[in-house]
Write a protein that binds this ligand. Structure first.
Ligand code: PMP
Ligand code: GLN
Length: 389
């Protein structure tokens, strides 16, 4: 039944591995969602909204309070100025923002340059649009080192058919935060070849060790050719709310909204109001979350190292990459698929986010956005299975 171009996709790895966690009773360090709630007042505002009749369609572009809060957030954090009435669009999570952008801005046969490993919905969105993805690989510079790309490879990926580049920083699944120099390489290519940058910044506030997020829209020549995407899910620990947004120049917003209005039109009025409140008032809560996540990153990293895995120390996101070559294996996917049964722990094989098999093969992604006791139990289980094997 399924259309031919979507047949390669099957079930998402997150659904598959979460189902495996449930079936085996394994600890789920696969799907990236926190196991604690967001700020209480934000939750109360959503609940009050539900009880006070805020239950009909909000405007198609999003509630004005939320568009205003998003515009203020971009100004106060990054010095980027967007008109809340013509340059901001509320979407069903970053997922819809990415899909609607690709569907609106690429023709069948166009190429989209994407950093690999890439978040799985990117590949599906590009395929849905009838476009083609052209991956540029992120690789660790040294064993256990930061994943980065080769600027020459990036430049060489652009052809006559390239329409857009789709980037993500902080980057899922590697934890890399692109530096200003790296972003400048990308920006220069976009300007030279007149490309649109679609920039997924959902982890914009989850940076560690004093790192700073640089939106590519702040680079010279980029503001009017960038679709900046973010979402409340990660910043405020409400991944189930799916309140996302886009900031972009009017021609880009109008194009994306033309598609978005027929995908979903609009959604979740009470949550939109609650996220508007959170963006205006809960950034200290986000800072505390970030400090706590940095501690949990270190806790899981040293736990994984204690069982013999070699790990990256991510500069941002929820995710650590573990290299199975350190325990004498080569195939991270086989390791990840056997782990729920052998050790009672779930991780995500990085290879599923790659076209180039060699890039992701030795790696498994573990999420550290879980309570300390959950991380400790996962490490205990891994330790137990290593000593018994
Ligand atoms: N982009 C990236 C890089 C992600 O990790 C995720 C998962 N949260 C998304 C997009 C999807 O975000 P949302 O849940 O807001 O749709
Ligand atoms: N973004 C989440 C992750 O990377 C998963 C979201 C999903 O289940 N599609 O783990």
């Amino acid at each position: 039944m399924l259309v031919e171009r979507m047949r390669a996709f099957g079930t998402t790895i997150f659904a598959e591995m979460s189902a495996l966690a449930a079936a085996t009773g394994a600890i789920n360090l696969g799907q990236g969602f926190p196991d604690t709630d967001g700020p209480t007042t934000m939750l109360d505002i959503a609940a009050d909204g539900l009880r006070s009749g805020l239950n009909q369609y909000p405007p198609g572009t999003g509630r004005p309070e939320l568009r205003q809060a998003i515009a203020s957030h971009q100004r106060s954090h990054y010095g980027l100025s967007y008109d809340p009435d013509g340059e901001v669009l509320v979407t069903v999570g970053a997922t819809e923002a990415v899909s609607a952008s690709i569907l609106a801005l690429t023709e069948p046969g166009d190429e989209v340059v994407v950093l690999e490993p890439y978040y799985d919905s990117y590949a599906a969105a590009i395929t849905l649009a009838g476009a083609a993805r052209v991956p540029v690989s992120l690789r660790p510079t040294t064993p256990g080192g930061r994943f980065t790309f080769d600027p020459d490879e990036f430049r060489a990926a652009v052809t006559r058919r390239t329409r857009a580049v789709l980037i993500n920083s902080p980057h899922n699944p590697t934890g890399t935060v692109l530096t200003r120099d790296e972003l400048e390489v990308i920006a220069t290519v976009c300007v030279e070849h007149d490309l649109v940058a679609i920039s997924d910044e959902v982890y914009e506030h989850l940076l560690y060790d004093g790192g700073a997020h640089v939106p590519i829209a702040t680079l010279p020549g980029m503001r009017d050719r960038t679709v900046s995407i973010s979402s409340a899910g990660k910043s405020f620990s409400v991944t189930g709310w799916k309140i996302g947004w886009i900031c972009a120049a009017p021609p880009l917003i109008r194009a994306v909204n033309t598609v978005k209005q027929f995908l979903t039109y609009t959604h979740s009025a009470p949550m939109q109001l609650a996220v508007a409140y959170a963006l205006d008032n809960e950034m200290e809560w986000v800072d505390a979350l970030c400090a706590s996540l940095a501690g949990r990153r270190d806790r899981l990293a040293s736990g994984l190292e204690s069982v013999g895995l070699s790990v990256t120390h991510p500069q941002g996101t929820y995710f650590i990459q573990a290299d199975v070559r350190a325990i004498g294996l080569t195939d991270g996917e086989a390791f990840a698929r056997s782990l729920p049964h052998d050790a009672g722990v779930v991780g995500i094989p990085t290879a599923v986010f790659c076209d180039n098999d060699e890039v992701g093969r030795p790696f498994v992604r573990f999420a550290f956005c879980k309570r300390d006791e959950v991380l400790d139990e996962a490490v205990n289980r891994l330790m137990g299975s290593r000593t018994s094997s």
